[in-house]
Design a binder for this molecule. Structure first.
Ligand SMILES: Cc1cc2nc3c(=O)[nH]c(=O)nc-3n(C[C@H](O)[C@H](O)[C@H](O)COP(=O)(O)OP(=O)(O)OC[C@H]3O[C@@H](n4cnc5c(N)ncnc54)[C@H](O)[C@@H]3O)c2cc1C
Length: 480
């Protein structure tokens, strides 16, 4: 399908209209100073040398930080009337330039729209800007916590996880955020001169998920919670990779051990984690484990059975008292710490096939040797099967070689979610999704939300003609 309707915005017109909107709505908190606007127009795309180059210099014309739904509505109405692009931002910890505007306009920073509205048993409802750390702080005393959080949970928002994230710590039990039953409802705003507010219940509640804020502004989220355990933290070290791999898999699968995350870092990744140096002997393979206090003895048994050494163990009470957590060395925090030590590193994101994941991990390690360092996060798939997701560190040489490395993974049956691209379909989504395009037509008929990020928008007319002709069917019929 040909891309015929790419966005066209005249930069100086957008700039002038943004300034008028800021003047007109001067009671709101606006940020217009260059360096701050630049900072709030970027995220952690610099993990990728390719994105760093491709997104350089892209910046909003102003940032607004509303605190109420009425304030959000006034900005959205003004932007829709003036045809000014809006890019929603939570805390800006995304990895793919997700909150970097390609065509200027307004960055709508929702970090101050952050009230926890209610918790009823195992369900939480909150405004999109609530930071995950604050959600957990509020619900843990009641015995509940978020089901999965990224390693950026201290700063990242629930709206940002929904809009741009995947899952993380806890996905070993509940799968990615997109697994049925995790997201129960969203309240979202349309981008129209008179914005409407619409409540979507599951399964439609996932229609706006992981589309980089191109499909509607999420105001509130209703999420199912998990029972909060007393989480102890351990690091097991192994001289032999095979033992480390088998231990990690055995622990991930052990049904009697309540756990929150199992992370395998093949040598020499551990050598880059300087703050954990006391627990990581050079050249060792490390498994970072977050397991309930009640599972500590089982973990020791499994570790001994696989000839490992437990080099770090803190009970839940000790973890809480220290205010430090090994969670901040897992997922893309591993990448962050490693890149601080070795600037030549970048990373890839992969998904192994459940049941073949150990075999595939071994094969990829063998194939690439020291060029691609294996980092596995054990998780459940959307369907519930145990597998591993890879955040391999790559010794970067050229863009061509980076692409070749990803292609070689694909040729060996390993799924790749390319983190070196900034459009939705080039990343995890992988292809144009007619449901996403149909939803955008309802929520953002003028194409003002984070324009340029959704390729499906460029072929909307042809796609919807195919839907009407019965050539393409929509999986989830939007009923609004
Ligand atoms: C060191 C590091 C570790 C990470 N670890 C993980 C991980 O374990 N798992 C994981 O999934 N991700 C991870 N990430 C990516 C990111 O931190 C998470 O996805 C996080 O949840 C994003 O939240 P945020 O508030 O920072 O969102 P932002 O970066 O501000 O926004 C992300 C996207 O969502 C959109 N968006 C934000 N709020 C809304 C809203 N209210 N309505 C509509 N769209 C919205 C934005 O437009 C943007 O496209 C990591 C990133 C880094 C740098």
């Amino acid at each position: 399908m040909e891309a015929t309707q790419q966005e066209q915005f005249d930069r100086s017109t957008v700039q002038a209209r943004t300034a008028q909107i800021a003047q007109h709505l001067s009671a709101l908190e606006w940020i217009t100073e260059g360096p701050r606007v630049e900072r709030l127009s970027t995220d952690f795309a610099w993990f990728s040398p390719v994105l760093k180059r491709d997104l350089a210099g892209l910046v909003a014309d102003a940032v607004v930080r509303p605190t109420t739904e009425d304030e959000i509505k006034s900005v959205v109405a003004a932007c829709a009337q003036a045809q000014v692009p809006i890019t929603v931002r939570g805390s800006g910890t995304g990895n793919y330039g997700q909150c970097t505007p390609l065509h200027g306009g307004v960055v709508l920073d929702l970090s101050a729209y952050n009230q926890l509205l209610w918790q009823r048993g195992d369900v939480l409802r909150a405004q999109a800007g609530l930071r995950m750390v604050d959600a957990d702080r509020a619900t843990r005393p009641n015995g509940w916590e978020l089901r999965c959080v990224p390693s950026t949970f201290r700063s990242a928002t629930i709206g940002g996880l929904y809009g741009g994230g995947f899952g993380g710590i806890g996905s070993i039990n509940y799968g990615p955020l997109a697994s049925t039953g995790n997201v129960l409802g969203v309240r979202a705003m349309t981008i129209e001169p008179e914005p409407r507010v619409i409540e979507l219940r599951a399964p439609e509640a996932l229609l706006l998920h992981h589309v980089y804020g191109t499909n509607g502004i999420v105001l509130e989220l209703e999420l199912a919670l998990a029972p909060a355990h007393d989480w102890a933290e351990s690091i097991a070290c192994f001289g032999d990779f095979e033992n480390a791999l088998r231990f990690a898999d055995a622990l991930a699968n052990a049904p009697g051990v309540a756990k929150k995350s199992v992370t395998l870092l093949a040598a020499p990744i551990g050598d880059h984690l300087l703050q954990l140096a006391a627990s990581l002997a050079p050249g060792q393979h490390a498994v970072l484990c977050i397991v309930a206090d009640s599972g500590s003895q089982a973990l020791r048994e499994l570790c001994a059975a696989h000839h490992g050494t437990l080099t770090h163990h803190k009970t839940a009470a000790e973890v809480a008292a220290s205010n430090r957590t090994i969670a901040e060395f897992t997922w893309n925090h591993t990448t962050l710490h490693a890149m601080k030590v070795d600037k030549s590193l970048t990373y890839i994101q992969s998904g192994f096939v459940s049941g073949q994941h150990l075999q595939q991990a071994r094969a990829m390690r063998e194939l690439f040797g020291d060029e691609v360092l294996l980092h596995l996060e054990f998780i459940r798939t959307k369907e519930g099967a145990m597998t591993a997701s890879g955040l391999q560190l790559v010794r970067y040489t050229t863009e061509a070689r980076l692409n070749e490395i990803m292609q070689l993974h694909q040729q060996h049956g390993v799924y790749i979610a390319n983190p070196h691209v900034y459009r939705v379909e080039d990343g995890k989504q992988g292809q144009i999704n007619p449901d996403v395009v149909a939803t955008k037509l309802q929520f953002d008929p003028q194409g003002l939300l984070n324009p340029g990020k959704l390729k499906g928008w460029w072929v909307r007319d042809a796609l919807m003609a195919d839907v009407r002709a019965g050539k393409v069917s929509l999986a989830t019929l939007p009923r609004f």
